[in-house]
Ligand binder design. Sequence first.
Ligand SMILES: [Zn+2]
Length: 326
Amino acid sequence: MTTTSESTPHKNTIIAMTLLLALWMAPFAASAEDLASFCERLPRPAYAAFAKHAASNDWFEIYEVGPGIFAIYEPFQWQEVISYLIIGIDEALLFDTGNGLGDIKAVVDQLTDKPVAVLNSHTHFDHIGGNFQFDKILSVSTAFSIANSHGVENDMVTMEASPEALCKGLPMGVTQAGHRIKSFTIAKTVKQGDIIDLGNRKLEILQVPGHTDDAIALLDREAGFLWTGDTFYEGPIWLYFPETDLAAYKQSIARLAALAPQLNALFPAHNTPRASPTLLPETQKAFDIVLAGKATPVPTWEGVVTFEFDGFGFLMREDYTSLKED
Ligand SMILES: [Zn+2]
């Protein structure tokens, strides 16, 4: 973090208050606690299980987390987002393209010479930033996904490129004032049950609305692999946005939890690249406890609370019980 040991408490208080004010006003607000601590939790122990791939650079760390499956991780930006390149014998699929701060196309070009299609786990800004670099974008068609394909202006994402959100400088040529999510063109729409055939590997699209209306998971039935997007990751799952539908999330997490006995690994979109499928039924159970009002909320910032469980949590509006739950 940028706060130095010479700072006076008074200066720290002003910095903290300014940061908090900015966070309350930001549409995609970060937790102040998250911002203050995320650099210290690096490197996450889970990465010790994998060798860092030679295509890694100053911004992206790359890990082969399954055969021909590359996690493209952005550890130095507080979202710690993970995009995945899945390579088949005929084609490759890039599941998410990150924040758009680093050049993800250059990394992908080093990893494969197969034709690459892009598909997003959902269209929050931190998963679609590099979409503009690719020609073939597959997407579900919802109001949210179509709106986001037009890009996101600097004022909505400027905090994501601010010193407070970073553990190191931005990639060369990238500035906070210039950072925005560029628009992209959807080449083909996809829907529930569609199969993406990469040659020797078939990926099935599961529409799992909740976190957003366009959220999907990707299932490789043969290998028992599930890419969960932001429907599950090891950390506080963000469920406080206006575009989040808690009743839909409840159904979607139950659907994924039911798959757990057939799965060998989860590949989530933040924090850690390979997680145990047993976490899905645990998440379902925990979410039901929260909805039943039986979990203890931890105040996080104005109007938002966290429910903490072992290995994951939920970030929710404190008035969540009055929201869309049927
Ligand atoms: Zn998201």
